[in-house]
Write a new protein. Structure first.
Length: 215
């Protein structure tokens, strides 16, 4: 190869290499199904494609057997793409009454990750309390369950979305096969959650904890 040709090739590589790393911003859709015999309020889903794309969505309530409406997520595919898709799902079992000072909250917890538990016990009450106060819900035990659970889910999902960490999230990688298709998230009565898309399936568990309301 002549020197000029070599340097031309090198120059082209330096221009194209960052694009290869970025890949293509592809779209997929997410739907959640409540595969339990009870209604679930404040159903939140957080998606992070590494630290490039971040989305969260909260549904007021899903009745037993009900599918949610879809929402869109973005991810990369392509040569040398190194990112990963991380997911967190949370909600409130409507069979559990909401008290004056606390409520039950379930969340996906692939590895019984202690940091998530510590965060729910420490930071979450302050976030939820501020959100409930802003929504003028000062007696949560008397308010509609969907209202309280929805406000709590929005506060938690927003905080998790703004945190760069993915520890405690479940990995389910979207690929070219998933472009324009639906990722199904099944919340099951046996304490499991399934992520099912055209490219494959991932399974995890969820845990239920009492979370302070910070009022």
């Amino acid at each position: 190869m002549q020197p000029s040709t070599f340097f031309q090739s090198l120059f082209a590589f330096t221009l194209l290499f960052p694009l290869a790393l970025c890949g293509d911003g592809e779209k997929a859709y997410v739907q959640v199904i409540n595969n339990t015999p009870h209604s679930i309020s404040g159903v939140g889903v957080v998606h992070k494609y590494s630290n490039v794309y971040k989305e969260e969505h909260v549904y007021d309530i899903l009745q037993p057997g009900q599918w949610s409406s879809p929402f869109e997520v973005t991810y990369n595919t392509g040569w040398l793409t190194t990112g990963r898709d991380w997911w967190l799902v949370l909600g409130h079992n409507d069979n559990d009454p909401i008290g004056k000072n606390s409520m039950s909250q379930f969340y996906t917890d692939p590895e019984n990750f202690q940091d998530i538990i510590n965060w729910l016990e420490s930071a979450a009450p302050t976030l939820i309390g501020a959100a409930l106060t802003a929504a003028e819900i000062l007696q949560p035990e008397l308010a509609a369950v969907t209202a309280v659970a929805g406000v709590a889910a929005e506060a938690l999902c927003s905080a998790m979305l703004n945190d760069a960490a993915t520890a405690g999230y479940k990995q389910h990688i979207l690929t070219d096969e998933d472009k324009g298709k639906v990722l199904q998230i099944w919340i099951n009565n046996d304490g499991t959650v399934n992520f099912i898309s055209p490219s494959g399936r991932s399974d995890t568990e969820y845990e239920t904890r009492q979370v302070g309301l910070g009022l």
